[in-house]
Design a protein around this ligand. Sequence first.
Ligand code: PMP
Length: 432
Amino acid sequence: RSAELLARQRHWESNARTYPRRLPIAPAEGHGPWLRDVDGNVFIDFLAGAGVLSLGHGHPELVAAVTRQAARLTHGLDFPTPVKDAFVEAQLSMLPAALRERMKVHLCGPTGANAVDAAVKLCKTATGRGEVVAFQGAFHGSSHAAMALTGLVAQKQPVANGMPGVHFFPYSYCGRCPLALSPDDCETNCAAFLERSLHDGNGGVPLPAAVVLELVQGEGGVIPARLEFVTRVRELTRELDIPLIVDEVQTGCGRTGSWFAFEQYGIEPDVIVASKALSGIGAPVALIIYDRRLDVWAPGAHTGTFRGNQLAFAAGVETVRIIREQGVLANVRARGAQIRQRLGELDDCRWVREVRGLGLMWGVELADPRDGRPAPELARAVQDHALRHGLITELGGRADSVVRVLPPLNVTEEVVDTACSILVAAVRKCAA
Ligand code: PMP
C-alpha cells in the first residue's frame, strides 16, 4: 500500500518532494513516538514532523483541545479572540522575565520561512537599511527571501536563489574553520572577522539592517554555535545598533532543553523567530517576538490571511501547559544526555567524524576516514538500515552526510534506548 501511494504521489505531485525520497513510507496513524504506516509497519519516529510534534503524535490532551476549539471557531484572521489571547500570553510567559515586558508579538503567515521574512522586513523598516548578514551553512526556509539568507549553497544554486544585499560570514564551527585553525590557536576569529568587516566602512559590507543567526544550525548538520562567538556577535550588534534576529524555528519551544536556545547562550536577542513546534500538534503557526523599539510597522504593513489559526492557538496553549506541568524541559536535558552517551559508543568508528547536538537535536556526521570527505552514501545506507529496523531519522549537513534525530520532547528513556541501539547498530553495520 505504501508503494502504491508513493507511486500515485510521484505521478500527481511535484518532483520536489523531500522526505518520501529517502523514507518511502505512507503514514497512516501516530501515537506518541510511534508511527504506523498503511501496511501496518510500526516505527519509532525520530523525525517527529521535522521537530514539530514536540509531545509526539496525537497527544490526547492536544487532540481534545483542538476538537473543542474546532466546534467553536477555527479561523480568525488577525482579530483578537480568547484563544489567541491565551496563546500569546502563554508564549510571552515562557520568555525570561527581563524580556517579557519588553517584547511584542506579530503573528505571521503559517510557516517558519514566513516569519523569517517578516523578521528581516521589520528590521529593514526599523533601520532604513537594506543589507543583511547571515551565516554559512544556515537554513532559514524556502521562500524567496528566507532561501536567499540560507547559507547552504547546494540547495540554492539549482534554483538560482539570491537576494542583493545578503552577506555571508563564517559560522562558528571549529570542525570546518575557513582558516584551518585549531581551536587552541583561535581567538574566536570568526567573530573577529565579522567585527572587522562591519567596522571597516570600506570593507564592502555596509551597516546591515540585521544579523540573522541560528544558535544550533539544524539543517546545516546540527552544529551548536560556540558560546564565545555568540557573546561577541551580541556585543558587536549592540555596539553598532544592528538588530540581532535569532532563528529559533527549529531550536525553539523546548527543543534544546530551554524554551529558547538563546537562554543557554546568555544573550537577549532583538527578534526571535519561532514556528515549527509552537502548536505542538502540527497545526501551522509562526510568529516573531521583537523588542518594542522595533515596533515601527504602520497598520497593514505586514498582512496575511493565515494568521489566525485558532486550532493552532488552542493546541499551543495546552502544549505550554503540559511542558510546564510535566517537567518536559528537564526530560529534554536528561534524554539529550542519554543520547550523547549512547551515540558516544560510536567514537571508535572511523567513519564517524563527529556526534553533535544539544537537548534533543542530535547528528552523527559521517566522513571518509581516508580523506575526510563527507560520506553521503553511507549516511543514506544508515538511514535505510535504521528505517528497516524501525527507526525514522533524517539527513542533513554537508552533502546530507549527517544522520539527524529530533525525537519528541517527552520521549521516554526506554524508547531513546531502543532508538539509539538501532542507530548505533546501523552505523556499525553499514560502516563495516
Ligand atoms: N528556520 C529554520 C532554522 C528551520 O529549521 C526551518 C525549517 N526546517 C525554517 C526556518 C523554515 O521553516 P518552514 O519550513 O516552516 O518554512
